[in-house]
Design a protein around this ligand. Structure first.
Ligand SMILES: Nc1ncnc2c1ncn2[C@@H]1O[C@H](COP(=O)(O)OP(=O)(O)OP(=O)(O)O)[C@@H](O)[C@H]1O
Ligand SMILES: Nc1nc(=O)c2ncn([C@H]3C[C@H](O)[C@@H](CO)O3)c2[nH]1
Length: 248
């Protein structure tokens, strides 16, 4: 008998700019029954001809509010995207937008306090009224200097002037959220992967998350005719889970 799929096992893939989130999602393209939702960067780069990402990086004081408003809309659309597969991987989330990027803009004064208050109210309203939570967060933990080099090498035009200091500040905000668990509203367990490893070694690191992700798909799929057929063995190696409430 088919299992009735009410909500897919939802995984947020989080990490600093250039940490390898898109690359991580691509690793899971080999498996069936998983929906992969990449960050809507192209929508931010072209909204009716406007490159909001570029405008935000060039003049954050003027464009941060506009950009974050559109990030919220596009990310909410991702969270609410109907999913027929038992597992859904999302690149970033409304939580990283609020806890990392908007938080940084507030602390740095890029956003006026009134603008921050509006964005925060929108986040709280959505969080309390729309189910957007994760069942697991995969945190691609990196060293700022390493991802800064990757950003420069990738050479996305809008990011050419992103300073290392910005990456370091975003890193701290990711660590506060996902390692030190300072935000109680996002209780999902966190699987930490060492995303500093280069491309020749990173696949083995990504495989550490397969068991946590695919077993959920297998559990659900086992009750339906089309079995999940991972083309590679599921690894059961011990992995590091950061519980919601850390015992410090
Ligand atoms: N483990 C790795 N080692 C070396 N380079 C990597 C690694 N993972 C990704 N890269 C490279 O770094 C750049 C950023 O990778 P990717 O786009 O996957 O990161 P991202 O986290 O999705 O970035 P963004 O936050 O900007 O969307 C790409 O050029 C990619 O080829
Ligand atoms: N300001 C700001 N707020 C966000 O919520 C946000 N989410 C992603 N980004 C930037 C990082 C990369 O350059 C690029 C791709 O991740 O977009 C953001 N920037």
């Amino acid at each position: 008998m088919n299992s009735i799929q009410t909500k897919p096992f939802t995984v947020f893939v989080e990490g600093n700019i250039g940490s390898g989130k898109t690359t991580f999602l691509e690793h899971f393209r080999q498996f069936e029954d998983i929906t992969l939702l990449t960050e809507p960067v192209e929508e931010w780069r072209n909204l009716k001809g406007w490159n909001l990402l570029d405008l935000m990086y060039k003049d954050p004081a003027k464009w941060a509010m506009t950009f974050q408003s559109y990030v919220s809309l596009t990310m909410l659309d991702m969270h609410r995207r109907p999913t027929v597969t038992p597992v859904k991987l999302i690149e970033r989330s409304l939580f990283s937008a609020r806890y990392c990027f908007v938080e940084h803009m507030n602390r740095s004064g890029t956003l006026h306090p009134a603008q921050f208050a509006v964005l925060d109210e929108w986040f709280r309203f959505i969080q309390h009224n729309i189910p957007i939570e994760a069942d697991l967060i995969v945190y691609l933990k990196t060293t700022p200097s390493i991802v800064h080099e990757r950003i420069k090498k990738r050479a996305r035009s809008e990011e050419q002037c992103v300073p290392l200091s910005y990456i370091e500040e975003l890193h701290k905000l990711h660590e506060d959220w996902l390692i030190h668990r300072v935000h109680a509203e996002c209780p999902a367990p966190v699987l930490v992967l060492d995303a500093d490893l280069d491309l020749s070694q990173i696949t083995d690191e990504y495989k550490k998350s397969e068991h946590q992700i695919l077993r959920k798909a297998v559990n659900v799929v086992m009750n339906s005719p089309n079995k999940l057929s991972p083309k590679k063995p599921i690894h059961t190696s011990p992995i590091k889970i950061v519980p919601h409430m850390r015992v410090l």
